[in-house]
Design a protein around this ligand. Structure first.
Ligand code: PDD
Length: 286
């Protein structure tokens, strides 16, 4: 049985409890991070920590008392659960004020809830999907206007995944005003020749930690990076497409709305970026 962390305690997963009045449960008033573990070490921990702090600030949410111990808590969970490859999920909510009220509770009396748990995924970096590529459909992006804050409001992304599944695909790319914003749980890219194109940072998309690293490595490898919106039609005509996230790393996309790219086979640019990303992040892992 997993050992999980809840508000200062390491407990068997069946004993960890959060109040029914917790605002994460009642209002989706919470933020989260997913950090991957490879070879027992944390990938891009500092990037996730900094983004978490930003999400809290943007929502006027207090930091939990243990905020400065987050690295130690992550490492302890990896250790006690014997995680070689997998993910650590972290969630902070505004806590429980003991009742339901739209107004934020008094921070003197209501403390944030902090929960972490591990997900064991042996061979995470060698998933078959990375070799075969994934198929995506496009759906309208009807999420709220602050997608740069990593909140736990994931109902529409979950519905998007289900729509993709129903269509025999793996994921959905969301489209707003004719242009792709991002995938349901990842950032979206196309490749044209030596150029990598991905939507610029704004309130419209999550500022992916993997995105930042991959774009840095791409520039270092003399690839051209263009941060701008692109359409589904442009993507269907691109040389390659791919997604990035903490759990998928760099993952090739081989079909978009039924149109195959490169006859449905992953391309060399995505493969090269995946290799560089994995090599460099494993080297820098803590
Ligand atoms: N999702 N965009 C969205 C909407 C996301 O949910 C995610 C991450 C990303 C990629 O960000 P990063 O590279 O920092 O993981 C982009 C995580 C993995 C999840 O919800 O499981």
């Amino acid at each position: 049985m997993r050992t999980v962390y809840v508000n200062g305690e390491y407990l068997p997963e069946t004993e960890a409890k959060v109040s029914i009045f917790d605002r994460g449960f009642l209002m989706a008033d919470g933020v989260y991070e997913v950090t991957s573990v490879l070879g027992g070490k944390l990938i891009d921990f500092e990037g996730h920590r900094v983004r978490l702090e930003r999400s809290l600030n943007e929502l006027d949410m207090q930091k939990p008392a243990a905020f400065d111990d987050l690295l130690d808590i992550h490492r302890e969970l990896v250790r006690v659960n014997g995680i070689e490859d997998g993910m650590i999920y972290l969630q902070i909510t505004r806590g429980s004020a003991g009742d339901r009220d739209f107004a934020f509770p008094d921070t003197e009396t209501t403390t944030p809830t902090l929960v972490l748990f591990t997900q064991n995924k042996p061979g995470l970096a060698n998933s078959p999907a990375a070799k075969a590529g994934i198929k995506v459909i496009s759906i309208e992006d009807i999420r709220w206007g602050r997608r740069d804050i990593k909140t736990v409001q994931l109902l529409y992304p979950s519905m998007g995944k289900m729509m993709a599944k129903k269509a025999g695909c793996d994921d959905a790319w969301m489209v707003e005003d004719g242009a792709v914003t991002e995938g349901t749980s990842n950032n979206a890219y196309i490749v044209k020749g030596n150029r990598i194109i991905t939507r610029q940072l704004s309130h419209d998309i999550l500022h992916g930690i993997t995105r930042a690293a991959v774009l840095r490595f791409a520039r270092e490898a003399q690839m051209e990076v263009q941060e701008r919106p692109f359409t589904i039609a442009e993507a269907q005509e691109a040389d390659e497409a791919f997604i990035t996230s903490a759990s998928a790393f760099v993952m090739p996309v081989v079909e978009i709305d039924g149109v195959k790219l490169r006859d449905g086979t992953p391309g060399p640019v995505a493969a090269r970026l995946r290799e560089i990303y994995l090599d460099e992040s494993i080297k820098a892992a803590v």
